[in-house]
Structure formats: C-alpha cells, structure tokens
Design a protein around this ligand. Structure first.
Ligand code: GZL
Length: 349
C-alpha cells in the first residue's frame, strides 16, 4: 500500500513538472520551429601591435570587415609585439569558446602548444599576414598573406637594373628578427650579395619596423662617419625615420642616398612621387575582406585553400602616377565582395 501511494505521488509531481515546462515555453506549441536569428560568428583576433602604418591599415581593414553589420562579433587583442601576449589571448579565446581564432603572428615559431589547445577545443585557427612554422599543418585551417621572398627579389631586381656594375655600400634596416616578413626580405638581399661581390653591406640590424629606430640607426651611422649609397629598409616606417635622419644631416634622400622600401602605404607612395623614396615593393595589408570571405566559406561547409598569396605590385619613381595615388582609399578598401580578392582588386592603403 505505502509503495503504491509513493508511486502515485511521484507520478503526480512529474505531471505537474511537465505542465510547468510546457507553459514556460510560452504560447508556441511543440510543433512549430522558430527560425533562429542569423548566426553571429564570434571571432577572436590576435593582432601583432600598432608598430606601423601597415599594421594600422591592417587593423582597420580587419575591424571593418568583421563587423556586426557583416554578421560578426570581433574580440580584438593587441599583443604589443609580444608572442606571449598572443598565446594568452588565444587561451582566452578558447575559454570564451569563440567560433574562429584569427592570428597575425609576431614570429614564425613557438605556436605548437597553444594551437594544439585550440585544435583540441575544436576551434579553427586562421593565420593572416606572416607565416608560422609548425611541424603539424593541421594545427591551422588556412593562411593568407604575402610572399616576402618575392617582394625582396623584386626590390633586388630593381637595384640590379639601376646600379649596373656599380659598387654599392648598403645599409640594411631589418624588421623584427624571426618573423617571415623579415626573413623573406633579408633572404632576398643575402641571396643577391652572392651574385654581386661589389655590393657591400656596411650595416645590418633590426629596426623592428619602427620609424624611431630607423631614424636612430641612420643618425648613429652618420655620426660615426659611415658612408653608404643605398638604404634597404624592410618597411616604410623605418624608411621615414631614415629620411628624417638624412634631412637632419643635410643629405638629400633620393639623390645622396637611394632608399628602397616595402609596404607601399600612402605616405610612402607620395615620397616615391617626390623622389625621396626610389622604390617600394607593395605588401598589401587589406586582409579584412579576405578573412571575411574565408570564414563565410568555412561557414558554408567549404574548405578554402590552405595557403593564399595576395597579388602585389611595385612602385618606382619613373612609373608612379597621380592616378595610382588617387585610386587608393587611404582609410578603408572597398572589397570586391565575392571570393578572396587579390590586392590588385583592392585599393592600396
Ligand atoms: C608584412 C607585415 C610587416 C610590414 C610592417 O606583412 O607583417 O609588419 O611590412 C609591419 O610594416 O609592421
């Protein structure tokens, strides 16, 4: 008798519980499926820092593309050029269980452990701009960026055409040592030195892509009476610093010293037109639309290419035109929309 009463009480309680749950669901009956809102894709983006015009244009491009209006919620972390801050940011993104992690890596190595944690959490990682060097390529979904060796070889080719059989004393301002942008641009110059015994590197060292360091290095060389013909600067901002130093010493950039640079930001192309900078190999930062397209492609269940190199141009004093300058939108690009646009289909920065 007692057991049957208990059973009855439990059954009544369960019935009451189910009734509450059904009424708590509001007036929809079990039959209708309420279409959920368009899914907002949550993206954790770990950015190198804010060291250059290139980086700031890259950040603008990424934040404009991965916007709420485009269906994204972007969690942006600035690593201030420190890999350990990027590793912490990635771990935070994993904790937040974001849909995608985008990494603009400060350097090539040291990513296995943290990307292994992202893989274990089932979060796709997209690498943008510089490359990473990992033993297991399944640790990231895909990469989009520049061919830095190609940029460097374009710069060296221009030097060979300009200075046929002329001895050169070269100052080499390098970017952050160990990042693929520095390794490619440095590699191309080092490779060329083998073919040009009359080329001499009178100084080689990191300016960390920073304008102030570029200026500091050139001022120091001038103060010590070091003479040179060419500055091979691995980005525009170090070239701007070098120009400040040359001007301060009464030297005319583009005449007393030839400047070769990389990136092609607005200011640099204006200096190519004025003659202060003689050659720029473009390194296009406008990856926002490309990353947006990669994520939308993945969301539709399609795997994008593992590696995508963007098309890039070169600019020199003889060929630059006002139209090339005017065509660019110095703020935000107008993306070509479909597909991963090549650099030539996007205005420069
Ligand atoms: C290159 C990029 C480099 C730029 C610099 O893709 O990583 O970092 O050349 C920037 O201007 O600081």
């Amino acid at each position: 008798m007692k057991r049957s009463c208990m059973k009855m009480i439990i059954l009544c309680l369960l019935a009451a519980l189910c009734t509450c749950m059904l009424t708590a669901c509001g007036d929809q009956d079990a039959g209708t499926v309420v279409p959920d809102e368009k899914k907002i894709v949550v993206v954790g983006f770990s950015q190198v820092g804010a060291e250059s015009d290139w980086r700031n244009a890259n950040t603008r491009s990424m934040t404009q593309a991965l916007s709420e209006e485009n269906g994204f919620r972007l969690i942006f972390e600035d690593a201030q050029n420190k890999q350990e801050r990027q590793i912490t940011a990635i771990r935070n993104f994993i904790q937040m269980n974001v849909d995608y992690i985008v990494l603009a890596p400060t350097t090539e190595t040291g990513w296995e452990t943290v990307l292994g944690e992202a893989k274990a959490a089932g979060i796709p990682v997209i690498i943008v701009d510089r490359l990473i060097n990992v033993s297991d390529s399944s640790l990231y979904t895909c990469w989009v960026g520049s061919d830095f060796w190609k940029e460097g070889r374009a710069a060296v080719r221009w030097m060979e055409e300009q200075f046929v059989d002329r001895p050169l004393r070269i100052v080499h301002l390098q970017g952050n040592l160990g990042c693929s942008a520095q390794k490619g641009r440095t590699g191309a110059l080092t490779e060329a030195m083998q073919a040009h015994p009359d080329w001499q590197i009178v100084y080689q060292g990191p300016g960390d892509f920073l304008q102030a360091k570029g200026q500091e290095i050139i001022e120091d060389l001038l103060s010590r009476g070091i003479e040179f013909d060419v500055i091979y600067s691995e980005n525009d901002n170090m070239a701007f610093g070098a120009i400040e130093a040359l001007n301060g010493a009464g030297l005319v950039p583009g005449e007393d010293v030839i400047i070769v640079s990389f990136d092609g930001c607005h200011r640099a192309l204006e200096m190519v037109q004025s003659g202060a900078i003689s050659f720029v190999a473009e390194c296009n930062p406008l990856h926002g639309p490309r990353i947006m397209n990669i994520i939308n492609t993945l969301e539709s269940g399609i795997m994008p290419p593992k590696q995508t190199y963007v098309d890039e141009k070169t600019f020199d004093r003889e060929h630059i035109t006002r139209e090339m300058l005017d065509e660019r939108d110095s703020e935000y690009p107008t993306s070509s929309g479909c597909g991963i646009p090549s650099a030539s289909s996007l205005p420069l920065f």
